[in-house]
Design a binder for this molecule. Structure first.
Ligand code: HEC
Length: 108
């Protein structure tokens, strides 16, 4: 638990979120569980159900999290061309939760 909290603080440091941002990795986990887990591996270990979808724990090391934040806010289409899936648009506080979660599982 202490490690997760430290990671959340670290991510929170880089993300200039709105005042009501919660930076809650548990909430972020629930969001990606609902929206992304059918394709992406969302845990710290394991393979993606859709073998074309990179495991989420690799995002933090491949992408500056600020870029991912922008992508999430504008609706993720990058990386998803030609795949039938809804365009995701998240609220700033949801994004801060997702980034907090990605930070907590990221392989940095
Ligand atoms: C219908 C399956 C599917 C769902 C649902 C899905 N993705 Fe993806 N996603 C993919 C695939 C497949 C790729 C790889 C596409 C490629 O490489 O061209 C990908 C790539 C990505 C990438 C780029 C990763 C990289 O390293 O280049 C990001 C970021 C991403 N997805 C985020 C998300 C998030 C966040 C969610 C949930 C809100 C989500 N995806 C839901 C299938 C999905």
């Amino acid at each position: 638990m202490r490690i997760v909290t430290a990671a959340a603080l670290l991510v929170g440091f880089f993300v200039v979120g709105p005042a009501h941002a919660t930076d809650d990795p548990d909430a972020g986990h629930m969001i990606v569980q609902e929206n992304c887990a059918r394709c992406h591996a969302i845990e710290a270990t394991g393979d993606s159900p859709n073998t074309d979808a990179p495991p989420m724990r690799t995002f933090a090391s491949k992408w500056p999290l600020e870029n991912l934040e922008e992508a999430l806010a504008e609706g993720i289409v990058v990386g998803h061309e030609g795949i039938e899936m809804p365009e995701f648009v998240f609220e700033p506080d949801q994004i801060s939760d997702i980034l907090a979660y990605l930070g907590s599982i990221g392989e940095n």
